[in-house]
Design a protein around this ligand. Structure first.
Ligand SMILES: Nc1nc2c(ncn2[C@@H]2O[C@H](COP(=O)(O)OP(=O)(O)OP(=O)(O)O)[C@@H](O)[C@H]2O)c(=O)[nH]1
Ligand SMILES: [Mg+2]
Length: 190
């Protein structure tokens, strides 16, 4: 499924580009090297520590889909940072305007102590809601968010996003990546 090393793939307009995002250590690169049954799509692995807005701004306009990788094993300690990163993606004008689908991939579920996707979804929604409220409290002149999330007076949940936001789980390390394959089949390659 992943990886594309041909010249045409690297320089083309890339209608099938998938951007892998998420914090450092969440498992993007392991996921990148997984082989699957799906036809090749062009995958860009954005290193978590180089979480420069410019890098994301550079690749998002080409994205047909975004896979946001979350470490389900070490979720609690990275939850806030992860939610902030996700918030940055979900408030990008390009993501919203182009309705770029986002898969929140709860990774490392090969370990029994990994948190469930239901738990992770709830927590991320709560954290995004907090970020949304705190940013809305800032005077509008200082707001850098390109798009406001959610509905006024309602707690945030992902179904309020104009683009599709899906939460699923798997493990790049053991090749349990069917959620990613399904996401690409259903939302990226019609
Ligand atoms: N148990 C388990 N460990 C995993 C899984 N996927 C990745 N890891 C481990 O998590 C660590 C980080 O994985 P990477 O793929 O390097 O993470 P990354 O997101 O590319 O990190 P950066 O490049 O720093 O942004 C490595 O030790 C992997 O072996 C998984 O599905 N299960
Ligand atoms: Mg990496």
């Amino acid at each position: 499924m992943f990886g594309c090393l041909t010249a045409s793939c690297l320089k083309s307009s890339k209608p099938n580009t998938i951007v892998l995002s998420g914090l450092s250590g969440s498992g993007k690169t392991v996921l990148f090297y997984q082989k699957g049954k799906i036809k090749p799509v062009h995958v860009i692995d954005v290193p978590g520590h180089a979480r420069l807005k410019s890098k994301l701004d550079e690749v998002l306009p080409q994205a047909a889909g975004v896979v946001f990788v979350v470490d389900a094993l070490d979720f609690l300690s990275s939850m806030q940072a992860s939610a902030e990163y996700l918030y940055d993606i979900l408030t990008k004008a390009t993501v919203v305007k182009k309705r770029i689908p986002v898969l929140i991939f709860c990774n490392k579920t090969d370990k029994v102590t990994a948190h469930s996707k239901e738990f992770i979804k709830k927590q991320l929604e709560k954290e995004v809601n907090k970020l949304r409220e705190s940013r809305n409290a800032i005077s509008s002149a200082d707001i850098s968010d390109e798009v406001q999330l959610g509905l006024p007076g309602e707690a945030f949940n992902f179904s309020q996003c104009q683009n599709k936001v899906i939460v699923d789980e798997g493990a790049g390390l053991t090749g349990d990546v069917s959620a990613v394959e399904q996401f690409i089949r259903e939302y990226v390659k019609p």
